[in-house]
Write a protein that binds this ligand. Structure first.
Ligand code: C2E
Ligand code: CA
Ligand code: CA
Length: 574
């Protein structure tokens, strides 16, 4: 009996305390100048408290649907952040905050949230406190806006996007969901800026940003990182929120020109890299990095495309970073050597010349193929000193042979587009020619079609000047890329090298035979010499001889070899 009495007393005391507490909290609430919104996730209820009427006089909120009335009081660009503040169930610290501006144009409100969780970690309640900070805020309006948004496009800026993406990632971790990140980059944006000016560039960035903002929703974040780079994050992608769908809409949009305020119309294309949580990466920044790496891959594969993350792309990237680091530390004399591959006339199998090919052994003794490191050197600019070294080292060796054997052969040098683009390119070649007193008619520079595509007018001028000095020009890798026979006519070249990919299938593939035959027929008519590259078998040789190819280069007759071994070949010629 006593026991029961004790329980009743205890309960009544607790009850008393509860009402006292409630009174106290109510008093605090009522006298506070703040307004509160209370969200009950369990019951799916929303309630307002305290000074609500002061902030939102005509906005009565009784359930979730009424919130649209609240959003309608807020300036448009703040509605999405406000919605996120109200409904996001997981944040880093169980609290979050943001600043919104009301439609009256002068009231700034700071929103601070606190979330309660049950024992299993599910959000049960959330309180959002609205505090009027207009006095302080109007002075700092620009500054705060800039902290969250990008001024040019009105999209989230990079920092804020990263914060929101972190929330997506955390939520996806809890809910076993996917987050897709699309890294979107306008192709050849530099050309737009250079060709049309920065103002046009900005307008394109703005218009394209505005278009992308159409994808924004509770589960889709759209941001502008900088210049021509945008990033989109999608929580739980599917249907109209899938990467495929969004890309399709983007792709369709850029098929139409952008109309600028000047009345000009401009077409753009974009490259997109996609990485997904958790497959590609587990953290926010890694996820963005992966999407960026993949975007570069899409660019490398001819732009105007979408590419999805996979492990080989990442490995290749990591390998390239490694090579780039090694390349920067490489010491020319110690790590690089030149090899020379012989080229022969078909008619009498006499030595026509040699192609200089660089070899790189890194400090660990590993051979790294030029097919791998030259493109990296071109990107980071180290191709310039490497190219200079190649020219000097090859010509030095060549002159040494000539001194020993009175031979007339040609030295072919591979020259990268970056080298041609340099203003001092011709002078640097001429100075080496002078230094070693080499006959310019025995020098041949190999160019690829990409060199011409990049900077046609400038390169053409340079080629004409080089040829005026007697230097030969050869078009390398013909048949890969943009090749068209008709444009060959106007080119200042002496030699055309038919790419190995043709030679590989020449014996068995009827189509390749027809194409190769017509190339050789046309090219001979234009007066150019032809060299077939990568000839490995007798059958290929015989066939090329039959269709009138002038020269052969390939493993069948000789692999690339050190200069010392070339001496033996020269000796055999005498
Ligand atoms: P490339 O100019 O097309 O050079 C021909 C490549 O084909 C060389 O590869 C050569 O070893 C290989 N090759 C020749 N005959 C055969 C054959 O019968 N079978 C096979 N499987 N391969 C054959 P390498 O030396 O690995 O060079 C690769 C590329 O790297 C070159 O392609 C060239 O674009 C670039 N490169 C090499 N050295 C230099 C250089 O000094 N400067 C620049 N800018 N690029 C260079
Ligand atoms: Ca070559
Ligand atoms: Ca080639």
């Amino acid at each position: 009996m006593d026991e029961l009495r004790y329980q009743v007393d205890l309960l009544s005391a607790m009850n008393q305390r509860l009402t006292n507490d409630e009174k106290m909290y109510r008093l605090i609430c009522d006298t506070s100048s703040n307004a509160f919104l209370y969200v009950d996730f369990v019951e799916d209820r929303v309630r307002t408290l305290a000074n609500w009427d002061f902030f939102f006089p005509n906005v009565e909120i009784n359930d979730r649907n009424d919130l649209t009335k609240l959003y309608s009081q807020v300036e448009e660009k703040y509605t999405l952040p406000l919605r996120e503040l109200i409904f996001l169930e997981k944040t880093e610290m169980n609290t979050s905050s943001g600043i919104i501006k009301l439609k009256d144009g002068k009231t700034w409100v700071e929103c601070e949230t606190a979330i309660l969780y049950d024992l299993t970690g599910n959000a049960t309640d959330k309180v959002i406190r609205f505090k009027d900070i207009s006095k302080f805020k109007n002075q700092n309006e620009e500054l705060t806006y800039m902290a969250y948004y990008d001024m040019l496009t009105g999209l989230y800026n990079r920092n804020y996007f990263v914060r929101l993406l972190a929330d997506f990632v955390r939520k996806a971790g809890d809910e076993n969901e996917i987050v897709s990140v699309m890294f979107v980059d306008i192709d050849d944006f530099r050309k737009i800026n250079d060709g049309f000016g920065l103002i046009v560039g900005d307008e394109i960035v703005q218009q394209f940003g505005q278009f992308l903002s159409g994808f924004k929703s509770e589960n889709v974040l759209v941001s502008h990182f900088n210049a021509d780079i945008y990033c989109i994050a999608i929580y739980k992608p599917s249907g109209s929120r899938s990467v495929e769908h969004i890309y399709k809409v983007i792709h369709q949009r850029v098929r139409e020109p952008f109309r600028l305020s000047t009345g000009q119309e401009l077409l753009i294309s974009v490259s997109v890299g996609v990485a997904e949580y958790p497959e590609a990466a587990k953290t926010t920044l890694e996820l963005i990095n992966c999407a960026e790496i993949v975007m570069f891959k899409a660019k490398g594969n001819g732009k105007d495309a979408i590419k999805y993350f996979d492990a080989p792309i990442l490995n290749e990237f990591l390998q390239n970073v490694n090579i780039e680091t090694k390349l920067k530390g490489a010491v020319f004399e110690q790590n690089f050597t030149m090899n020379f591959q012989p080229q022969y006339y078909v008619k009498d199998k006499k030595l026509r010349g040699v192609e200089a090919l660089i070899r790189w052994r890194d400090n660990d003794g590993m051979m790294i193929s030029p097919a791998v490191f030259i493109p990296i050197a071109e990107k980071n600019g180290t191709i310039v000193p490497i190219g200079t070294w190649v020219i000097e080292e090859s010509i030095r060796t060549f002159v040494d042979w000539k001194r020993q054997f009175d031979c007339h052969v040609i030295l072919s040098l591979n020259i990268s587009a970056i080298q041609y683009m340099r203003e001092d390119f011709i002078d640097s070649i001429l100075s080496v020619i002078k230094k070693y007193d080499v006959d310019p008619t025995e020098l041949e520079l190999e160019i690829t079609e990409s060199v011409l595509i990049e900077n046609f007018k400038d390169v053409m001028e340079k080629l004409h000047i080089l040829r005026d000095y007697g230097i030969r020009i050869s078009l390398d890798d013909f048949g890969t890329g943009y090749s068209s026979l008709s444009y060959l006519k106007g080119l200042p070249i002496d030699t055309l090298k038919i790419d190995k990919s043709f030679i590989d299938t020449i014996v068995n593939d009827e189509n390749t035979r027809v194409i190769t035959e017509s190339i050789i027929y046309m090219v001979k008519k234009l007066g150019f010499e032809t060299i077939a590259e990568g000839v490995e078998s007798k059958e290929q040789f015989e066939y090329l001889k039959e269709i009138g190819c002038d020269c052969i280069q390939g493993y069948l007759l000789g692999k690339p070899m050190p200069g010392e071994e070339i001496k033996q070949l020269l000796l055999d010629q005498i």
